[in-house]
Write a protein that binds this ligand. Structure first.
Ligand code: ADP
Ligand code: MG
Length: 294
């Protein structure tokens, strides 16, 4: 039988805007030792904006490059794509249809626009595109990344054409929420597909010391399983398609309600609010409700 106190806690959670799948999920949540947090949309607001476009070839014009890559990005669902499209929209009215488009999972996108083949994405995609002079731009890349911004690279014909810096500020309550979870004794891990340096900068801002960055979508799940094998009871917090397998494998999956449907379906807890403090409060509520039963 479901003890009364579990029902009370489920009700209290609902008042905080947290939907719990069942009483068992609450019981498991009371035993959590490690909380794994996705970066984009979980710790950050998830509304990235282009802060700077650095053009690297003098004969190229920013306007035409932006409209070409926006033509490709309009076929991507990544939050970074919307940032680039918004930036391009400020200067262009309409984008053409690309002749080809392929999403490279965890790395970026590639495709042809106006007869030109582009690669747009992270460092790993640039290596794949045959760019061998990335070291020349290390200072510029670090400058963006150390501020917690994501550098997006644009290449064509084995040539780096531009670096687009994209900023996604941390949530208002992120520092406070991290403090609260650390004080409650949880170990915290930041897990992201984003750049190592960018992830480290964001982690430093909020006070998280353990960072797993440049993790491919399929490997997010493996990271959760590794922590479990090391004896941790893991809560995973995420919002994206790429978080869904990790949310399912975690002992407790918590999805931000602002996230994708697949993330919500994979989770035991759905947070109607986007506030990070609600995560801390939910885990503390779970602990408190089980104390009452014993
Ligand atoms: P995350 O959303 O946690 O950063 P992803 O696996 O979705 O993880 O993406 C990993 C990285 O690939 C991103 O940080 C970005 O650098 C690059 N990337 C993915 N999609 C795009 C895109 N549409 N445009 C530019 N870069 C992209
Ligand atoms: Mg995310």
């Amino acid at each position: 039988a479901t003890p009364m106190s579990i029902m009370v806690s489920v009700g209290r959670a609902a008042q905080m805007g947290v939907l719990i799948r069942n009483g068992e999920a609450l019981q498991t949540a009371s035993k959590v030792t490690t909380v794994v947090l996705d970066k984009t949309g979980t710790i950050t607001a998830g509304k990235p904006e282009v802060s700077k476009v650095v053009m690297l070839q003098s004969e190229l014009n920013e306007l035409s490059l932006l409209t070409d890559i926006a033509a490709l990005e309009q076929h991507s669902e990544h939050p970074l794509a919307s940032a680039i499209i918004e930036k391009a929209k400020a200067v262009a009215v309409k984008f053409v249809e690309p002749e080809s488009f392929t999403n490279i999972q965890g790395k970026g996108i590639v495709g042809s626009v106006n007869g030109k083949y582009y690669s747009i994405g992270n460092l790993s995609l640039m290596h794949q595109a045959g760019i061998d002079n990335l070291a020349d731009y290390q200072q510029q890349i670090s400058e963006f990344a150390n501020q917690g911004q994501t550098p997006v690279f644009v290449a064509s014909d084995k040539q780096l054409l531009a670096i687009i810096a994209i900023a996604d500020p941390i949530k208002d309550d992120a520092v406070q929420a991290v403090q609260k979870m650390l004080q409650a004794g949880f170990k915290l891990v930041l897990l992201t597909g984003d750049n190592q340096q960018t992830a480290r900068a964001v982690a430093d801002k909020v006070g998280i010391t353990t960072v797993f960055a440049e993790v491919l979508p399929e490997d997010k799940q493996s990271k959760v399983i590794e922590l479990q094998q090391a004896g941790e009871v893991v809560a995973m917090v995420g919002d994206g398609i790429n978080d869904a397998p990790a949310l399912m494998s975690a002992d407790v999956g918590l999805a931000m309600g602002s996230g994708t449907e697949i993330a919500i379906e994979s989770a035991d807890f759905t947070l109607l609010s986007t506030r990070l403090l609600v995560i801390a409060d939910t885990l503390l509520l779970a602990k408190a409700s089980m104390r009452n039963i014993k």
